[in-house]
Ligand binder design. Structure first.
Ligand SMILES: [Zn+2]
Length: 311
């Protein structure tokens, strides 16, 4: 992943933390003057763009991110609020494997910001979990194929070859710029989708995971039930139309085997059935005038019915 997240607020920083922090400050700060937190910057898991860092890249990024800033851009007026990364380390997650079959390795950072009046709100937002996701930016020299190791090859990202997903391994990082907190994490985490309309969720191409709130699940369920009911009306209407076509067909072309007509109407669309019923009923009326009750001028009625069923 190239997006990270806050792990936890680190509590009161210890002596080692303060030594590291005070390398970046003009004067020596006391532990009560700074707020620290740790975050995952990135890892070696294949992300949604089908890219991943190699463990060597993470090791290089570990050096590059040291001293870099985390920006809070959730509010314009506090745009210049930043936290600074004062410690980085790689953490191997025992027993957790990546999609590429490696042990999961995460790049963890610790960052601080001074406890000032101005930073109070930001600290509160981190503590409460609202500011949680960060996006990191860095540049790498090369991307190689995760399957064959070449820089250019036939393997297409995201496709499966012999059970392995093709992806790009990002290697040789040359610079790490910063990480920035995203107030509204992109499509992940519960807070986001709450405001999204169900239509938007349903129309989204499902290349990413989405999470739904209870009320959205309920809304989708209600719509599904309503549509199922309307679909039932539609099927009944279709059967009526088919029966009409079969009836008139038997009148105007009695030599046509019913089984042939039955299988023919099955393949017709509603519009085709309507056109066919109209044509056949016209032909039937010319051939043998029908009593009104046999053929009510029901076209209009049926069209209204049809409109109800269209959604
Ligand atoms: Zn390849």
């Amino acid at each position: 992943m190239k997006e990270g997240l806050v792990l936890k607020a680190a509590g009161t920083p210890g002596r080692e933390d303060m030594e590291a922090i005070n390398r970046y400050t003009r004067r020596a700060y006391g532990p009560e003057e700074v707020y620290t937190f740790s975050l995952v910057l990135c890892d070696n898991e294949i992300d949604r763009d089908f890219e991943r860092f190699s463990v060597e890249s993470l090791e290089k990024l570990r050096e590059l991110f040291l001293g870099k800033t985390c920006i809070f851009d959730h509010e314009r007026r506090s745009a210049n609020q930043t936290a600074r990364i004062y410690h980085t380390e790689l953490e191997e997650r025992r027993g957790e494997a990546t999609g590429a079959g490696e042990a999961l390795v995460r790049l963890i950072a610790r960052a601080y910001l001074p406890r000032t009046e101005r930073n109070k709100e930001t600290i509160e937002l981190i503590e409460s979990g609202i500011l949680k996701e960060v996006s990191v930016s860095c540049s790498v020299k090369r991307g190689i194929c995760g399957i064959c190791g070449k820089e250019s090859c036939e393997h297409k990202k995201g496709e499966i070859y012999g059970g392995r997903t093709a992806h790009t391994v990002l290697t040789e990082p040359v610079d790490a710029y910063e990480c920035s907190f995203v107030a509204v994490p992109a499509q992940r985490g519960a807070g986001v989708v709450k405001s999204a309309k169900v239509e938007k969720i349903l129309s989204r191409d499902m290349t990413e995971e989405v999470s739904l709130t209870k009320s959205q699940v309920r809304e989708i369920g209600e719509r599904f039930r309503a549509l199922t009911e309307k679909a039932g009306w539609g099927e009944r209407y279709r059967r009526e139309l088919e029966m009409g076509v079969l009836k008139y067909s038997a009148m105007v072309q009695p030599e046509m085997p019913r089984a042939v007509m039955e299988s023919a109407v099955k393949g017709l669309s509603i519009d085709e059935l309507l056109a066919m019923e109209k044509t056949y009923s016209g032909m039937a009326e010319r051939a043998l005038p029908l009593k009104p009750q046999l053929m009510p001028r029901g076209g209009d009625r049926k069209e209204n019915y049809n409109r109800d069923f269209k959604i």
